[in-house]
Design a protein around this ligand. Structure first.
Ligand code: SAH
Ligand code: SF4
Length: 340
C-alpha cells in the first residue's frame, strides 16, 4: 500500500475528485499531516468518518524506524530501517543560519565513485517519495525542532531516482506541507547530463550542486566512473546552459584528496575551467574511511588550493568539517553499522 507521505497535494486532490469529494479535503489532510503532525487517520478531527475509512483503506501512515542516533556537538546522524529491512541515513547539521538535514535518496549507489562508501555498497533500490519525506518528519519529531534547509547529499544519486525526488521536493515545498522554501533545497549530482537537462526545465528555484572533484578528465575518470560516460567538457557545457536558462548560480563540490586532486596545478586548471561561470566552489575536506585508501589533504594544502582559486577570482569556500567523529560522510554510518 502507498504511504500517504509520498502523495503530492495535486495527487491527493485528484484522489478526492475521483471520489466525487471536494478538493479542499486534500488541504485538510496535508495540514493534519504536516502542520499538526498527527500520526493516524483517526486523529484527523474535521475529516468525516467515511473519508477516514477510505484513507485507511488506500494509504498507510507508518513512520520510519530509527535504529541508532550518533551525536556530536554540531551534528546528529540518524540510521533508519525501512520496511524491507534496508538501512539508510540522514544527517542533521546545526548552522548559525538554521538546521539543515542531509537526506538519502537511494539504498546504496551505482555511480561507483572510488572514494565513497555509498558507491562501495552498490544500489539496492530507489527510495520511494515517502521514505524521503519521512526522514525529515522523524528527525523533526525526535529533536523537537524545525528543519530549515534540505540537502540531497546522503546515500544515493538523486538524478538516478529523478521522479521520486521531484515529488519529494513538491511535497516539502508546498506551503500547506512542510513548507521548506525552494531556495533552501539543494540537489547534488555526480553529473548525469540528461537529467541536468531535464532539471533546467523544472519550475521550482531549487539549488543545484555538482560533484566535480577534478579539473580534467584524466583525474576525474580515475576517481569517478560516471566521467567515463559524461566527460568533463560536456558537463561544463550543460552547466553553462543550465545557468543561462535558470539564472541560478551553481555550486561545484570538490573533495580534497591527498596527492590526487589537490596540487597547485590542479587549482590553476580548475580556475581556468570555471572562469566566467556564475558558480562557487566548495572545497570539502575528505572524510577518511577505513575501507577506502584515499587520504585527506592537509589543512595547509587546502589553504594553498583555496588561495589560488581566490587569486583567480573564483568564489570559493572551505566546508566546515562536520562530525568526523560520527562518520558523517555519505554512507559511512551505515557501512560501519553493517560491520558491528
Ligand atoms: N550522489 C550525489 C549526492 C550524494 S554524495 C553526488 O555525488 O553528488 C554527496 C557528496 O558527498 C558528494 O559531493 C560526494 O562526492 C561527497 N562524499 C562522498 N564520500 C565522501 C567522503 N568520504 N568525504 C567527504 N565527502 C564525501
Ligand atoms: Fe554515488 Fe554520490 Fe557516492 Fe558517487 S559520491 S558513489 S554519486 S553517492
Amino acid at each position: 500500500m502507498n504511504s500517504i507521505y509520498g502523495i503530492t497535494m495535486q495527487e491527493l486532490e485528484m484522489y478526492f475528485t475521483s471520489k466525487n469529494e471536494g478538493k479542499y479535503k486534500a488541504t485538510q489532510v496535508f495540514e493534519w499531516l504536516y502542520k499538526k503532525r498527527v500520526e493516524s487517520f483517526d486523529d484527523m478531527k474535521n475529516i468525516s468518518k467515511k473519508t477516514k475509512e477510505d484513507l485507511k483503506n488506500d494509504f498507510s501512515i507508518e513512520p520510519l524506524e530509527i535504529i541508532t542516533i550518533k551525536k556530536d556537538v554540531d551534528v546528529s546522524k540518524y540510521l533508519f530501517k525501512l520496511s524491507d529491512n534496508q538501512k539508510i541515513e540522514a544527517v542533521l547539521m546545526y548552522h548559525d543560519y538554521g538546521n539543515s538535514l542531509c537526506i538519502s535518496t537511494q539504498v546504496g549507489c551505482n555511480m561507483g565513485c572510488h572514494f565513497c562508501e555509498s558507491g562501495r555498497l552498490k544500489k539496492v533500490r530507489n527510495l520511494d517519495t515517502s521514505e524521503m519525506v519521512r526522514q525529515i518528519l522523524m528527525v523533526e519529531k525526535h529533536e523537537k525542532i524545525r528543519i530549515s534547509h534540505i540537502v540531497l547529499m546522503g546515500i544515493g544519486e538523486p538524478f538516478d531516482n529523478y521522479d521520486n525526488v521531484i515529488s519529494f521536493i513538491d511535497i516539502i515545498n508546498t506551503p500547506k506541507g512542510i513548507d521548506i522554501g525552494s531556495r533552501h533545497i539543494t540537489v547534488s549530482t555526480s553529473g548525469i547530463i540528461p537529467k541536468i537537462e531535464q532539471f533546467m526545465n523544472y519550475e521550482k528555484q531549487v539549488n543545484l550542486a555538482i560533484s566535480l572533484h577534478a579539473p580534467n578528465n584524466k583525474i576525474r575518470s580515475s576517481i569517478m566512473e560516471i566521467n567515463k560516460a559524461y566527460k568533463i567538457e560536456e558537463l561544463i557545457k550543460v552547466i553553462k546552459k543550465y545557468i543561462e536558462k535558470t539564472n541560478r548560480r551553481v555550486t561545484f563540490e570538490y573533495i580534497m584528496l591527498k596527492d590526487v586532486n589537490d596540487s597547485i596545478e590542479c587549482a590553476l586548471e580548475l580556475s581556468n575551467l570555471l572562469k566566467g561561470i556564475n558558480c562557487y566552489v566548495n572545497l570539502i575536506p575528505y572524510n577518511e574511511t577505513s575501507h577506502i585508501q584515499y587520504k585527506k589533504s592537509s589543512k595547509e594544502q587546502i589553504l594553498k588550493f583555496y588561495d589560488v582559486l581566490k587569486k583567480n577570482n573564483i568564489n570559493v569556500t572551505i566546508r566546515r568539517e562536520f562530525g568526523s567523529k560520527v562518520n558523517a560522510a555519505c554512507g559511512q554510518l551505515r557501512a560501519n553499522y553493517e560491520e558491528e
